[in-house]
Write a protein that binds this ligand. Structure first.
Ligand code: SF4
Length: 1436
């Protein structure tokens, strides 16, 4: 016991804390020495005994002190396995671990790669001295030192006195030797080169630290201590390295013996010094009996060191087993050399008696066997450029032979992940720099957000590098980021190993990988054929690596076989890649030789899978955390032990479900700091799971059309997670009833669509519930549910419609109970009409839910993430770029990313989907039929014939075959699919039009009166409109980059700058109209900014009255929203106009509400600021006061149809295009007709803001031709009723995502019926302005119509009355909900009275007010006053 006792003594006297592994029931072999010293010594460390089964690593971490903590134990796989988990943390603490071994170093060598210092003592004296070295090293370097010694070393030990130990440990560091010593003769030169070596690697630095401790010890004990000890021939032909106990005191000619004491750090240069040029053969003998990896550790070091030499100077290297015997003779050595000379280098040799050894180590050269490449090919196929095989044979030429070892791979991955963590830190530091360039800031923050996204991290990463290298930024983090650029893309990291790892799982590389918790994927290829399984060596018991990994808890495990199920292989590899943490994929590929035919592999695979010997399965613990079944069996049979594991797991889940109070108790016991508790929880292994039950899972299901219910559901889920609940959130339609039946706690959130119907993404679910109720089933007996509904109690104000209020939530609550579910808390109802909207009800409901789930007492400190708003999206878009360009490349979806969908609006593009087939596609399980609407920017609506022809062609080639003239005097295409977007935009630009700023929070298309008869005036106002539009255009070059492939701004090191908009653009859209009295065809008062042309007595344009604050959009039921008409604030000249427009826009930019988009338009800003204050702000920016407004008079806002001759003698024809739709219909080939006209027309076209078209500037000589074509295509038919000619509708269904009811497709049908009423009362030719929209956004300006219908739900509209004929007065709601029969019933007597009682020239809108149906609307804010009708016409 001399070795044990002397190690125990030094450890005791050198340490402040001493941890001792205590075998139970027997005693620790070190205890006797400790007890003796306790009585005799003046130094008394704190001694802690840790039972053998406990975790010594935790004890060391908890008890370590600033001085020295030592640990003593006998090597034992159980102890070492537990220790390994903590070595990463321990390695930077002053800890010395003294481990006693017997005859085999296999177990302790597993610690080697995780600690900075690793010493091996083969004699008792060495053990004594190295305990001193280890103690000094740990104390001075503050790093962990592993010291391994043989516990049976019995040689006499010369011990150092107690009084010398502490001074030795605390003494100054001597200067280290600059190089190591050979035979005691240092030459003072590194690598034989005089002077300072190149910058020391970490290994060299550690080595110098070792030498320093070694020198101090030498001074103390006066014995030579060397990391490598050599004796024998000076110019040997053979060098024999030994690791372990070997007593070769004899010399042999031509042979040099080198025994290793220091295994870490062991620089290659120091190994090479012991292999002189004379050596032709090196034999590396290690006392390693069991080793699962291909190569033993010292052998790898020697081979690795020799890679530094050219191949002709490399000796042959053999690996061998060193038997721990004292009786090895010179004859044994000679025999060894003889065997080596005839054996292949890969053959493992032995020195001494090896009869008791298990099978020899694997000795294949590192090449991927032919069959196994089938898996590597799949990996390459799946992950292409982000695949990183960390132990790829391709690394051998650069990294040495050890590059294929799992230890190397694991270290490499760890290093890479550390580098990535550094990179993230540098990026964060750079982001904190206040003067950072905005583009770079945006790129870096986007990368940070998407750093784990395989595609985005790579794309953004290369943009960051481009940005950093192409500009002159200076910051200390930038060189660091550039040096770590390889870590910018998110990689899929794989280690590929053989089934050899399964033979000693507890101490193999697999174990290290599993316990590392690194995000690493391990593919283990098992090649043992099923039919040979019994002939496999029974002494080598291969364990089920999958089961082993599953038992560790947080590891993804899959068992696959490429010759059985290719799709399962793909699925598993992708899931493994996605899993955050270690993944183990066991791949079966049975073959006996490289030449085994594929048919044999196939046959063996089938046998193994069918018999359950190789079950196919996937185990995903992340699913378990999400409350789902973590295990999926992909084949029919499983092995017994796997079945037992699953039974146990299942039993646990059942237990939690059957005793929810246990789960509640567990949650409550999580304590105050939930985050900490959750972290701990994540680290629990499966064994711990057996004694601790998890929190109840909560599934949050929502149905939402507008997104409000979805937001509430997601917020609820986040809050549940913060309270420690395992929470999943999904749409109702994504959850089949049988899945719901397995759930325990489900919270439902739903809003209302249409007339009390469930929202789109809940309809299938509701149908399934209804069907189950009808069948009388009770499938939800396990379910505990809670429902919260969001609705508007005023949406359906009639008493008979009151049941529509929150109908889906009420129905859901009742149905769930009928189906056997148990209500956790009562139904919660949120009402838009409450003071705080639906939040009022929600604030009462949510706390009840926490209480019911037992988590109400948990304090949540975490701030809820700020919701991402359009303002964030704009700011992060890098001046309207977003990731649109990348999204266009993504062919896996027809959609763009949601944030890009907001940004493309600024480019004139809206993402939509075909709502007619939404349900059908959902039922098929495919994404909605996404397409895009493109809107052209065409100020004043003036279009040349070649441009018309191009629009016609774009509609055919890229769109739905039709196009539309919009209320903003431009063209709009629908149904353009993603891959046609770019060609469409390019085609539009080819004819000198564009789509920039046609939508979005910017100034939109500027419209102006069409006035066909006033050619000169029109030319001026048109030029003015164009000038204003150009002046207010965004200046970003993103549009040109993305759609027109113009050079990237980033690549040019230029920076986008928006002088008018800034990076946040406007709070909301901004609309400008220019009207020329007496026509108000543009509805100038419905625009944010209006210019009313003032013409002098000679007919010349003097300038414009300026109006501000018009706007149409409203939200049903929200009284904070209302339509408003613009106010006239003064007069400006035409030259001043663009600047006036700019200043009005800037005041809105800086004062508009950016928090609430529903309250962001200029109309609300003006009402909030007051018109006077607003005007004063504008004038302050202008630097002068606007002139007083001048007189003007409007008399209509409808178009003048038919031919007129202008003042210049040219002819103009205004033709009626119903709702602006240019299409061919049976008998009405309008689209073809217009294209034929465009082919011959020499003038221009002018679109009107009422969605009609003027063929302008027809010379007298061309009249017959144009008239002929108009007649041929029935385009000259103006015989429609006055009602139809004055009507207009927005697009609504099927493409507009906001539509609640039909509009463009329905208004013509409604007009058919109202027309009949008009005809009956002699009003066929009387103009009544009737407008319809599918939602309250008001695209067709319904709030200034004499009669209007605004969609609420399919077939239901709000009916509005009393607008001014020329857009001078708002209408208001007459009936909140009407259907067609009600519309007709209301209008018939009204129209009759109008026909009979109207005064001369009295307009319908004025009549309904005079007749007492409705009161006039005096201002936007008063819009709700008097709604519902007056007196006897009031809605009851
Ligand atoms: S008014 Fe509403 S439904 Fe109609 S096009 Fe505009 S947003 Fe769509």
């Amino acid at each position: 016991m001399a070795a044990l006792a002397s190690v125990a003594r030094i450890a005791y006297l050198a340490s402040d804390v001493l941890v001792d592994s205590q075998p139970i029931p027997s005693k620790s072999p070190f205890v006797e020495t400790f007890n003796t010293l306790d009585k005799t010594s003046n130094h008394r460390p704190t001694v802690i005994s840790v039972p053998l089964g406990a975790d010594p690593g935790s004890a060391l971490l908890q008890s370590h002190v600033a001085g020295l903590t030592s640990y003593v134990a006998s090597s034992n796989p159980e102890v070492l396995t537990r220790l390994v988990q903590h070595l990463a943390e321990l390695s930077s603490l002053p800890v010395a671990l003294h481990l006693a071994v017997q005859n085999d170093l296999s177990d302790v060598l597993l610690l080697r790669s995780s600690v900075p210092f690793f010493l091996v003592s083969s004699t008792a004296q060495q053990a004594h001295d190295n305990t001193l070295v280890a103690s000094r090293l740990a104390r001075t370097e503050k790093k962990a030192v592993v010291h391994v010694f043989y516990d049976d070393g019995k040689d006499i030990v010369d011990e150092i006195g107690e009084d010398k130990i502490m001074p030795f440990l605390l003494g100054d560091k001597p200067h280290a030797r600059t190089t190591s010593v050979i035979n005691g003769h240092g030459n003072g030169h590194a690598n034989g080169v005089k002077g300072q070596a190149s910058p020391a690697s970490l290994t060299e630095e550690l080595f110098r630290a070792y030498e320093s401790a070694d020198l101090s010890t030498l001074a103390l004990v006066r014995r030579s201590l060397r990391p490598l000890v050599q004796h024998g021939a000076n110019d040997p032909r053979t060098v024999i390295f030994t690791l372990g106990r070997a007593n070769f005191s004899f010399d042999l000619e031509g042979i040099s013996f080198v025994s290793i004491t220091l295994l870490n750090p062991l620089p290659s240069s120091h190994i090479l010094k012991y292999i002189p040029a004379s050596a032709t053969r090196v034999i590396v003998l290690e006392q390693v009996e069991r080793w699962s990896m291909k190569w033993t550790p010292l052998y790898l070091d020697v081979v690795g060191a020799l890679q530094q030499r050219t191949s002709e100077h490399r000796p042959v290297v053999h690996t061998g087993y060193l038997h721990p015997s004292d009786s090895i003779t010179s004859v044994d050595i000679l025999k060894l050399i003889e065997r080596a000379s005839s054996a292949l280098p890969s053959t493992r040799l032995t020195l001494g008696d090896a009869s008791s050894l298990p099978e020899r180590l694997i000795t294949e050269s590192p090449q991927v066997p032919k069959h196994e490449s089938s898996y590597t090919k799949i990996l390459t196929h799946l992950f292409s450029d982000r695949l990183d095989i960390s132990n790829s044979p391709a690394l051998v030429p650069t990294q040495g032979a050890h590059a294929t070892s799992p230890e190397f791979a694991l270290g490499r991955v760890r290093g890479q992940l550390d580098q990535r963590a550094d990179l993230i830190r540098f990026v964060q530091t750079l982001l904190a720099e206040p003067t950072l360039d905005k583009d770079l800031h945006s790129l870096l923050s986007r990368w940070l957000l998407a750093k784990d996204d395989p595609v985005k991290s790579r794309t953004l990463g290369s943009q960051i590098i481009d940005n950093l290298t192409s500009s002159s930024h200076s910051h200390p983090s930038i060189p660091n980021i550039l040096s770590l650029r390889s870590q910018l893309p998110a990689l899929s990291r794989w280690i590929i190993g053989s089934d050899a790892w399964s033979y000693d799982l507890g101490s193999s590389g697999l174990h290290h990988a599993i316990t590392s918790k690194l995000n690493i994927n391990i593919l283990i290829i098992d090649t043992l054929p099923y039919s040979s399984r019994h002939s496999a060596d029974p002494s080598r018991r291969k364990r089920d690596a999958g089961l082993y990994a599953m038992n560790h808890g947080d590891v993804y495990v899959a068992s696959i076989a490429v010759y059985s199920s290719y799709s399962q292989v793909l699925q598993s590899l992708m899931e493994a890649d996605r899993f955050e943490g270690p993944s183990v994929v066991l791949a079966y590929l049975p073959y006996t030789t490289e030449e085994s035919p594929a048919l044999e592999v196939l046959k063996e695979t089938k046998l193994a899978v069918d018999a359950g010997y190789w079950p196919l399965y996937r185990w995903d613990p992340s699913k378990e955390r999400a409350g789902k079944e973590p295990f999926v069996l992909d084949s029919d049979a499983v092995k017994n032990d796997l079945q037992q594991f699953l039974d146990r797991q299942n039993h646990l889940s059942q237990l939690v479900r059957s005793k929810p109070q246990l789960a509640t108790e567990l949650v409550s016991s999580l304590g105050e700091n939930v985050k900490e508790a959750r972290k701990k929880r994540a680290q629990q292994s499966y064994n711990e799971l057996l004694t601790a039950l998890d929190a109840p899972p909560l599934l949050v299901l929502y149905a939402s059309d507008g997104g409000s219910a979805e937001k509430v559901a997601k917020r609820l889920a986040n809050r549940a997670k913060a309270r420690g609940l395992t929470t999943t959130v999904a749409t109702m339609d994504s959850t089949p009833l049988d899945t719901l039946a397995e759930e325990e706690h489900v919270a439902f959130i739903t809003s209302v669509a249409g007339q009390g119907e469930p929202p789109q993404n809940g309809r299938t679910f509701f149908k399934a519930l209804n069907a189950a109720v009808a069948r009388g089933d009770k499938p939800l007996q396990k379910l505990r549910f809670s429902v919260f509904g969001m609705g508007d109690s005023h949406y359906w104000p009639r008493p008979e419609d009151a049941h529509y209020y929150n109908k889906p939530s009420k129905d859901l609550d009742a149905r769930l109970e009928k189906l056997g579910g148990e209500r956790t808390i009562n139904l919660g109802l949120g009402d838009d009409q409450d003071a705080d909207g639906p939040e009022t009800g929600y604030k009462l409901w949510e706390p009840l839910l926490w209480k019911a789930l037992g988590v109400d007492s948990i304090e949540v400190h975490e701030a809820e993430p700020e919701p991402i708003t359009n303002e964030h999206i704009k700011a992060a878009s890098s001046y309207l770029r977003g990731t649109i360009a990348e999204g266009l490349e993504d062919t896996s979806t027809g959609a763009l990313a949601p944030s890009d969908g907001q940004i493309t609006k600024f480019h004139g593009i809206y993402q939509q989907d075909d709502r007619d087939i939404r349900d059908e596609r959902q039922a098929q399980g495919v994404e909605p039929a996404y397409s895009f609407m493109i809107r052209v920017r065409m100020p004043g609506g003036v279009c040349q014939p070649d441009q018309w022809l191009q629009m016609d062609q774009i509609a055919d080639e890229h769109g739905s075959g039709t196009f539309k003239i919009t209320t903003r005097q431009t063209f709009q295409f629908h149904g353009v699919i993603k891959k046609h977007l770019k060609p469409s935009i390019q085609a539009i630009n080819q004819v000198l039009l564009d789509t920039l700023a046609a939508c979005g929070d910017v100034n939109r298309n500027v419209i102006c009166s069409a006035i066909p008869s006033l050619s000169k005036l029109h030319a001026k106002v048109f030029e003015f409109s164009k000038g204003v539009s150009e002046h207010l255009l965004p200046r970003t070059t993103a549009y040109h980059e993305i759609w027109l492939d113009k050079k990237l701004v980033a690549g040019e090191a230029l920076k986008d700058f928006e002088p008018l908009y800034g990076e946040f653009y406007l709070p909301r859209k901004f609309k400008i109209a220019v009207a020329v009295p007496p026509t108000n065809d543009v509805d100038v008062f419905a625009n944010d900014l209006g210019f009313i042309a003032i013409v002098d007595t000679k007919g010349e344009l003097s300038g414009f009255n300026v109006t501000v604050g018009g706007g149409m959009g409203v939200t049903h039921g929200s009284k904070k929203t209302y339509p408003r008409l613009g106010d006239v604030i003064g007069f400006c000249t035409a030259e001043e106009g663009p600047i006036v427009a700019e200043k009005v826009m800037l005041v809105q930019r800086d004062n508009g509400n950016r928090v609430d988009r529903k309250n962001a338009r200029l109309k609300y800003t003006i009402d909030r600021m007051g018109l006077d204050v607003f005007t004063a702000e504008v004038e302050k920016l202008l630097g002068y006061k606007l002139q007083p407004a001048r007189a003007y008079a409007f008399d209509r806002n409808v178009d003048d149809f038919g031919w007129v001759t202008g003042e210049d003698g040219k002819h103009h024809f205004t033709l009626f295009i119903e709702n602006g739709r240019i299409q061919d219909e049976p008998g009405k080939d309008f689209k073809t007709g217009m294209s034929e006209i465009a082919k011959v027309h020499k003038g221009t076209f002018r679109l009107t803001a009422n969605q009609h078209l003027i063929i302008t500037d027809v010379a007298t000589g061309d009249l017959p031709l144009i008239k002929g074509l108009l007649a041929q295509y029935k385009l000259d038919n103006l015989s429609q009723s006055g009602l139809r000619l004055s009507s207009s509708a927005c697009v609504a269904f099927p493409t507009c995502g906001l539509a609640m009811a039909e509009s463009e497709r329905y208004l013509p049908l409604l007009i058919d019926k109202v027309e009949a009423i008009c005809e009956e009362y002699g009003l066929r030719n009387d103009s009544i302005v009737m407008r319809m929209t599918g939602c309250p956004n008001g695209c067709a300006r319904p709030y200034v119509a004499e009669v209007a219908f605004v969609g609420k739900a399919p077939g239901s509209y709000s009916m509005l009355l009393g607008g001014g004929y020329y857009g001078q007065r708002l209408n208001k709601i007459y009936r909140e909900t009407v259907t067609e029969p009600e519309i007709l019933a209301i209008l018939k007597p009204m129209i009759k009275r109008y026909a009979l009682e109207r005064t001369d020239g009295e307009r319908f809108g004025d009549f309904v007010i005079r007749a007492g149906y409705i009161s006039p609307t005096t201002s936007g804010k008063a819009w709700y006053d008097g709604m519902g009708g007056e007196g006897q016409y009031r809605e009851t």
